[in-house]
Design a protein around this ligand. Structure first.
Ligand code: NAP
Ligand code: GLV
Length: 313
């Protein structure tokens, strides 16, 4: 079978080498945009944010494996009519995400930045410990990553709340679902973590009128997509003190421009989309496993990570 590979911002050489080693009986080619006629007609694609031309030139594609958990960039394209999209589910990302979010929550809750600053300033300060039982961390999105994050936070005995599209019953987590319950969910959170997929329903969900439901002094962590957040609304709410601070890993423009106000804001910690990296070996193993199932006759709709294009995730 022919497989075509196209991934922006990723060095294709090492990926192709691992994929070819794992699938020696299949032909895996790097897509050649300049010479479309040289690309063998492929049944399957392995992609990360490919240009529209990639799909325009290959209308015969039947399945596309996304080299990431989020498929927003892919679903913004006009895809081949019969192509099913399969995303990475976990592939080593959930533990990284749990680590990242936990450190952000702990750093804020325990006021480590202030303690470190005081030490640099020559002080030996005392800060009254915050009441853990009154510090609920809310997780927006209780999927593969959100649930892993919620469970990690529970280990540190934070009360945890979660918000999802469909109602859920989860041990030890106070759950909320749907737009109607969003205000009550927000009102319960001392810190809120966004781990939603970016869809038409969730774009700009972190805007003034939703963030206003947070208690005054709440902390925001966005590790999903930059377009979940309205930048100007966050800046205004940091100025007013309604939001105490934010840790942001994702931005509506990436790389975040060097002059962007988030970079130098004293209440914002920024990282360069690094909270949960795509790990090559784990991802190759997962894609190869799913590809083999598909070749053996499992319908793409039955593969884990199958994306419902209408739902958007
Ligand atoms: P997932 O397993 O598909 O989970 C998505 C969760 O969001 C589900 O719980 C879903 O609810 C909920 N949801 C979707 N639309 C909703 C809506 N309109 N209202 C309320 N809840 C909604 O996704 P995942 O694997 O956890 O990944 C989540 C996102 O993380 C990705 O889409 C990607 O954008 C981001 N991400 C970021 C990084 C990074 O490095 N920063 C790395 C990987 C992923 P139901 O359970 O009811 O379906
Ligand atoms: C990274 O952001 C991903 O969606 O995997």
């Amino acid at each position: 079978m022919n497989i075509t590979f196209c991934a922006t911002h990723i060095n294709p050489k090492v990926w192709l080498a691992e994929l070819r080693l794992a699938l020696p009986e299949h032909h895996i080619a790097l897509w050649n945009e300049q010479d479309p006629g040289s690309n063998p007609a492929a049944e399957a694609a392995i992609v990360w944010a490919p240009p529209q031309a990639f799909f325009d030139q290959q209308p015969q594609l039947q399945v596309g494996f996304n080299l990431g958990a989020g498929v927003d960039a892919l679903l913004q394209k006009t895809l081949p009519v019969n192509m099913a999209v399969i995303r990475l589910d976990d592939a080593g990302m959930s533990v990284q995400m749990a680590e990242y979010v936990t450190q952000a929550v702990v750093r804020y809750f325990r006021e480590f930045a202030e303690l470190e600053r005081d030490m640099r300033d020559g002080e030996w300060s005392f800060r009254r410990p915050r009441e853990r039982s009154e510090f609920t961390v809310g997780v927006m999105g209780l999927g593969v990553l959100g649930l892993r994050v919620a469970r990690a936070l529970q280990h540190f005995e934070y009360p945890v709340a979660g918000w999802s599209r469909s109602a859920k019953s989860l041990d030890g987590i106070t759950t909320f679902a749907g737009d109607k319950q969003l205000p009550d969910f927000m009102a319960a959170c001392s810190a809120v973590v966004c781990l939603l997929p970016l869809t038409p329903d969730t774009r700009h969900i972190l805007r003034r009128d939703t963030l206003m439901h947070l208690p005054v002094g709440a902390y925001l962590i966005n590790v999903a997509r930059g377009e979940h957040l309205v930048h100007a609304d966050l800046l205004a709410m940091l100025d007013s003190g309604h939001v105490a601070g934010a840790t942001l890993d994702v931005f509506s423009t990436e790389p975040l421009p060097s002059e962007h106000p988030f970079r130098s804001h004293t209440k914002i910690i920024c990282t360069p989309h690094a909270s949960a990296r795509t790990l090559r070996s784990e991802s190759v193993a997962q894609i190869v496993g799913k590809f083999k199932q598909w070749v053996a006759g499992t319908p793409a709709t039955h593969l884990s990570g199958y994306v419902d294009a209408v739902r958007g995730y």
